[in-house]
Write a protein that binds this ligand. Structure first.
Ligand code: NAP
Length: 362
């Protein structure tokens, strides 16, 4: 049996922003080594990130630090009130300067403002080739209302605008943010495939698709990444989506990993809920008390590892086979630095199981 050596080396080469430099065939012995490296994600999960820092996004040639940055609080004025744009840019800068290379944004975050601010930081830092920038298109504003449009012409036009705002000539990962009701999924994905062939995007993602919609979108195996709502208090994705993405080598990226901060351990039964969180689904009184009680039970594990509860929660996701990387959001640089510590947290099998039991789906 032979194997292409490029498949071994593209890990390391791509980490340094180089494309795979060579490709030739090798023997069975080396095949064993390849298999070993292919299991590196599993090993990585067991040992922390010291063995191999970055993980591969499904079948793509994109490699990301397992802890990314969710950037809806960077310029996302329509999502979070009173955002400070300078602070948002600092969040992105600190993330990148400290090793995060996976930044998640979308048109809808500030109607392009998040992309613009991220574009400015990337230009200032000058390390575009080392980054994996994910953005999302699909929604548009019509008379002040969000309307979904997955038509090929709309998606393609939106990508051009995102490229300009991000000040780049390629997007690493482009998601369809939400499905619309009328466009056949293979036509929408077909448009993204054309963009990929043109070099304007490097990987194809979908978000908020049901399993049936994902199956339809993935008819030709073009879907590389799925982004969905998943956290310890919202685990429905485990039932149908996880088996599907695992079977089809699609990376799963959970959003709302911290349930908008509720899973960080900073809330107690007595906390005065900030006004801007009061309408959030996670902060409704009837479930809030039960959640904070469970979260509190993670504190001894966090203390034993000298980290925050947020790190234990985030590490638990990374221990799930289907989850490739995480994109916790942050409003301040210190939150980014704290979340980044997750990469050094190693949970034992018993700890993973105990957390699983604690937050088990009914
Ligand atoms: P999240 O990651 O669950 O929570 C982030 C919030 O938690 C932060 O804004 C901050 O808010 C708080 N926080 C973060 N780190 C903390 C720490 N170490 N200690 C204490 N508090 C901390 O929610 P999210 O940002 O909405 O979701 C993550 C990302 O997923 C987004 O940024 C976005 O990129 C993506 N997303 C995608 C979709 C989709 O439809 N595809 C939907 C939602 C989100 P406070 O300071 O206000 O507490």
């Amino acid at each position: 049996m032979t194997y292409k050596i490029s498949e071994i080396f593209d890990n390391r080469c791509l980490f340094k922003g180089l494309s795979t430099p060579f490709s030739f065939e090798i023997s069975l012995e080396t095949h064993i080594l390849v298999n070993f490296l292919n299991f590196s994600k599993v090993i990585n999960k067991q040992r922390g990130h010291d063995f191999m820092e970055k993980v591969r996004l499904g079948k793509t040639n994109l490699y990301v630090h397992p802890v990314g940055l969710g950037a809806n609080a960077v310029g996302g004025h329509n999502i979070h009130p009173n955002l400070d744009e300078a602070e948002g840019k600092e969040v992105v800068r600190v993330a990148i300067e400290n090793g995060i290379n996976f930044i998640d944004t979308a048109y809808i975050y500030g109607l392009g403002r998040s992309e613009e601010l991220i574009g400015e930081v990337i230009q200032e830092l000058g390390n575009r080739s080392e980054l994996v920038i994910a953005t999302k298109v699909g929604p548009k504003m019509v008379n002040g209302q969000r309307v979904m449009d997955n038509s090929p012409s709309f998606l393609k036009a939106e990508v051009e605008k995102s490229l300009r705002r991000l000040k780049t000539d390629y997007i690493d990962l482009l998601y369809i943010h939400f499905p619309d009701e009328h466009t056949p999924k293979n036509e929408a994905i077909g448009a993204l495939k054309e963009l990929k062939d043109e070099g304007k995007i490097r990987a194809i993602g979908v978000s908020n698709f049901s399993l049936a919609q994902l199956q339809e979108a993935n008819q030709d195996s073009y879907v590389d990444v799925y982004q969905g709502h998943y956290n310890l208090i919202h685990r429905e994705a485990e039932k149908e989506l996880f088996p599907y993405v695992l079977e089809h080598n699609i990376a799963f990226i959970p959003y709302f990993p911290l349930a908008s901060g509720l899973l960080t351990g900073k809330y107690t039964k007595d906390t005065e809920i900030p006004e801007y969180r009061k309408n959030s689904q996670f902060f409704q009184k009837e479930v809030y008390d039960q959640i904070v009680e469970k979260v509190e039970r993670l504190r001894p594990i966090a203390q034993s590892k000298n980290v925050e509860v947020a790190n234990i929660v985030l590490a638990w996701y990374l221990a799930q086979e289907a989850v490739t990387a995480i994109i916790p959001g942050a409003k301040r640089a210190e939150q980014v630095l704290n979340n980044l510590k997750t990469a050094d947290v190693s949970l034992s099998k018993e700890e993973i199981q105990a957390i699983d039991e604690l937050f088990k789906l009914d």
